[in-house]
Write a protein that binds this ligand. Structure first.
Ligand code: KG4
Ligand code: ZN
Length: 397
């Protein structure tokens, strides 16, 4: 499908613990897609999950259902409205049957039906051409909230829907506000649930070159944070401590040395669980943790992660000769990892694409981009065919 007119997309993301909605304008054909972020609303569930030290799926589902209507309202606040409201030739009876359809679609989503019907009643029909929603990977009960909401809004506003891949979204986030890079690109994806290297041969033609055999990078950050007694969510806390130790090395820094797992394994796979265990043992052997030792461990952990990621990216570039490098996923919010990967790209002379601020961790703007790419490949989906797939793979795109 060749689309040249800008397509205004309302996107919804509920795969994990961020409830997000965004409006983006996407354009261009599959060989030169572009997307511009018009609004990007995110409600984090961090507070709800904090006492459990991690994301609880049933709680995530409940929180999405509770907050999604408000997040959608925020995303749609400045969206142009459709020039003419479509009036039903059948009078108000038709509106009643649409409302009945919406209640049926949302019957398993707690109070979301009331909240969305209220939003629909208060919001003039927005001028959107397509609704994109994450269908996987992620937590299935959480994914269903977004899918049901997308179907309900599609029915209310008579707009087509498309299912989007969350990880394709993390890759496409870097396209925001810029031209598509030369392909093939090497994509490094580092998030809470995924660590993989993929070759982007075309938008939608992905080959997974390597992945983690155990923990994802973000998961390792979060577990290390717990070992060091840092508050949830751990990734940014470990990063803060590591940055402080780099700026002002504590006396303990030289005593801490951690392994670089699989750095010379000869393949493009990763293993992070041994690194986390090494942090655990180092902490245990030290005894009562001093602030200096904690900061040293955080810095050495981050250094080890950076060394492994940089080495694997270099190896993948040597083996596959990509023309650009894209890094995506929540962990690339990390300033030090950004610097280290930028140094690799500079050294090998590759253009580097990183997500702009606000688009590294989970958001719906990236879902609009992935939805647009999917729409270009195969058009809209039948609303009832959208199914949550928790273990969806990039190659299913
Ligand atoms: O992509 P994302 O928002 O959600 C998933 O799809 O998993 O990634 C979340 C992960 C969490 O593990 C979080 O601790 C980590 O990204 N993260 C960071 C930073 N910000 C978020 N890790 C290291 N440094 C950061 N600054
Ligand atoms: Zn993510």
């Amino acid at each position: 499908m060749r689309v040249c007119m800008p397509v205004r997309i309302l996107a919804i993301e509920t795969s994990c613990d961020e409830t997000a909605a965004a409006v983006c304008e996407c354009g261009g054909a599959l060989d030169a897609p572009t997307f511009e972020v018009k609004s990007n609303a995110v409600h984090s569930q961090v507070e709800a999950h904090r006492e459990f030290g991690g994301v609880v799926p049933s709680l995530a589902k409940r929180e999405h259902a509770k907050n999604l209507a408000a997040v959608l309202a925020e995303a749609l606040k400045n969206c142009p409205t459709a020039p003419t409201e479509i009036r039903s030739p059948y009078g108000s009876g038709d509106r009643i049957s649409v409302n009945g359809g919406i209640r049926k679609i949302l019957e398993r989503e707690g109070g979301l039906a009331d909240a969305l019907l209220d939003l629909i009643a208060k919001t003039p029909k927005p001028a959107i051409d397509l609704i994109a929603v994450t269908v996987g990977p992620g937590l299935e009960p959480a994914l269903w909230v977004g899918i049901s909401a997308a179907r309900a809004l599609a029915l209310a506003w008579q707009v087509p829907v498309v299912g989007a891949d969350h990880m394709e979204g993390h890759i496409a986030a870097s396209l925001a506000g810029r031209a598509s890079p030369p392909l093939p690109a090497l994509a490094l994806l580092i998030s809470g649930g995924h660590t993989e290297l993929a070759l982007v041969k075309g938008w939608g033609a992905y080959e997974v070159l390597g992945e983690t055999r155990d923990d994802a990078v973000g998961e390792a950050y979060d577990k290390v944070a717990r070992i060091l007694g840092l508050p949830y969510p751990g990734g940014p806390e470990v990063a803060k401590l590591a940055a402080a130790a780099r700026a002002n090395p504590p006396v303990e820094r030289d005593d801490v040395k951690l392994p670089r797992p699989m750095i010379a394994s000869g393949d493009l796979d990763f293993s992070l669980s041994g690194l986390k265990t090494a942090v655990l043992y180092a902490a245990r052997d030290f005894g009562e943790l001093t602030e200096g030792f904690k900061a040293s461990l955080a810095a050495e952990f981050e250094e080890a992660v950076a060394d492994v990621l940089a080495a694997k990216v270099r190896a993948a570039i040597e083996a596959h000769g990509p023309k650009s490098l894209i890094v995506g996923g929540g962990v690339i919010a990390n300033g030090y990892l950004r610097e280290r990967l930028a140094a690799v790209a500079k050294d090998v002379g590759l253009e580097l694409l990183l997500p702009p601020p606000g688009l590294a961790t989970d958001n719906a703007a990236m879902v609009a981009a992935a939805g647009y790419l999917r729409f270009l490949r195969s058009g809209p989906d039948a609303p009832a065919s959208l199914i949550a797939n928790g273990s969806r793979r990039l190659t299913d795109s």
